[in-house]
Write a protein that binds this ligand. Structure first.
Ligand code: GLV
Ligand code: MN
Ligand code: MN
Length: 426
């Protein structure tokens, strides 16, 4: 038996996976991956990624919000651009591919187009966004919202866990808060936005497919909830206890019950107990809620039910509930034009004339949030999903295969070419 000869796409995929490994080493943790907005690790990966962008033949710059950007001119200068992008920041204890894979696939696609001698009828840009996850400042999509021009003045006073404000972090990164508006792009500068991303769910793997077309992205709201009771000696008799943690525990299981009944996705992933001592009744508990649904009205109705139920629980236990919304992103539909281009891109990877007819590319929604949600404010968006092992994400075990990455590069390149073939028809 002879071994299969590696293709150009296999070689490109090997480079992309090696780069994912390299970027994973830029972490604030010694025993895992965490790379937050405007950190030293963020600066280091921007520098490294800018080098790869330049080597692919692109002009590079870091924008006024710390996003690492690049551009390949089209047939003539000054044309509107098709933007390809994703993010370089991570959650705490992250995997290697969430966001990062999309940036690196985009660079490879742009490099192929630059080298092809077949320029596009539009420019091609890459945006490697600095904040999609919201890990450092609690609110999310900061990088892509700067590009969308939807930055909020109220964000400047957000503080990270060490008390540094977003304004201070900008200055420490060498950015001028007064100039954040310079990162904003106008709709007429853009042809559309395409993002390749790992699925972060099990559908493609279960159906034995490498790639999928995203139909839309679920809307999300995030809250910081605080339950306040009264701290006291652990020997305090039952009638006198106002235990904030026992109340928060009931709140959390109630959130799960309501979300399941209403068909919503709800996650409580952060909890802080005060004073956090073994023989002291917890006097205060702070916890997060991340609530999502493909339809914003369903999500908002779910929050109304949850807030009412939590208020009742706290009243019954003589506790006080404070709820503070820290993030809201509306559900976004991917554009039919870009969905069709991505579907054409996937079909082009499915073999030549002799290949058995494949079923139409799988279309699926995204419950996970993406930079595309923010960019939808200024241009059409489309997304290509890549199978990830076990649907596991936001975890060190996140994993993709080299073969799937090779297909993703080919499909994204073909999607760009499909858009070019139709341009400027819309
Ligand atoms: C980002 O990964 C999110 O969906 O929270
Ligand atoms: Mn993520
Ligand atoms: Mn992501």
């Amino acid at each position: 038996m002879t071994a299969a000869v590696p293709t150009v796409s296999d070689a490109d995929a090997a480079v992309i996976l090696a780069r994912c490994e390299e970027l994973a080493r830029h972490s604030s943790l010694t025993d895992g991956i965490e790379r937050t907005y405007l950190s030293a690790e963020h600066a280091a990966v921007n520098y490294r990624v800018a080098g790869w962008m330049a080597a692919a033949g692109l002009t590079t710059w870091q924008d006024a919000a710390g996003n690492q950007c690049a551009r390949l001119s089209g047939r003539t200068r000054g044309l509107p651009a098709l933007m390809l992008g994703s993010h370089l920041d991570t959650v705490r204890a992250a995997g290697r591919y969430d966001g990062i894979l999309g940036v690196l696939v985009a660079i490879t696609v742009a490099g192929r187009i630059a080298a092809s001698g077949r320029p596009l009828p539009f420019a091609l840009e890459i945006a490697a966004f600095g904040d999609e996850e919201g890990t450092r400042f609690g609110t999310t999509l900061l990088g892509s919202r700067a590009v969308a021009g939807t930055w909020l003045e109220s964000w400047w006073d957000l503080r990270d866990a060490s008390g540094t404000s977003l304004r201070e972090a900008f200055a420490a990164f060498g950015l001028d808060p007064a100039k954040v508006g310079d990162a904003a792009r106008a709709p007429q500068e853009l042809v559309g936005y395409l993002e390749a991303h790992i699925e972060q769910g099990p559908v493609l793997e279960e159906e034995n497919r490498a790639l999928g077309v995203v139909t839309g992205i679920a809307g999300a709201r995030r809250f910081l909830l605080t339950v306040t009771g009264s701290a006291g000696h652990s020997g305090t008799p039952w009638p006198r206890r106002r235990d904030a943690l026992a109340g928060a525990a009931e709140c959390i299981t109630t959130i799960e019950r309501i979300a399941r009944a209403e068909g919503l996705t709800a996650t409580v992933g952060h909890l802080r107990v005060f004073p956090d001592a073994v023989n002291v009744i917890p006097g205060k508990v702070e916890f997060s809620l991340d609530l999502r649904a493909p339809d914003d009205a369903d999500r908002d109705r779910g929050w109304t039910l949850i807030e009412a139920a939590l208020t009742d629980i706290c009243a019954t236990r003589a506790l006080h509930l404070d709820s503070n919304q820290v993030h809201e992103a509306a559900a976004v539909a991917c554009s039919p034009r870009l969905r069709a281009a991505i579907a054409a891109g996937i079909r082009s990877t499915e073999g030549g004339a002799e290949a058995p007819a494949e079923p139409a590319p799988r279309e699926l929604p995204s419950i996970a949030g993406h930079d595309a949600m923010a960019i939808a404010a200024i241009t059409d968006v489309g997304m290509l999903f890549v199978r990830c092992a076990g649907g596991i994400s936001h975890h060190p075990d996140e994993s993709v295969t080299s073969a799937d990455v090779a297909l993703a590069v080919d499909a994204l390149e073909a999607a760009v070419r499909a858009l070019a073939a139709d341009y400027p028809a819309r």
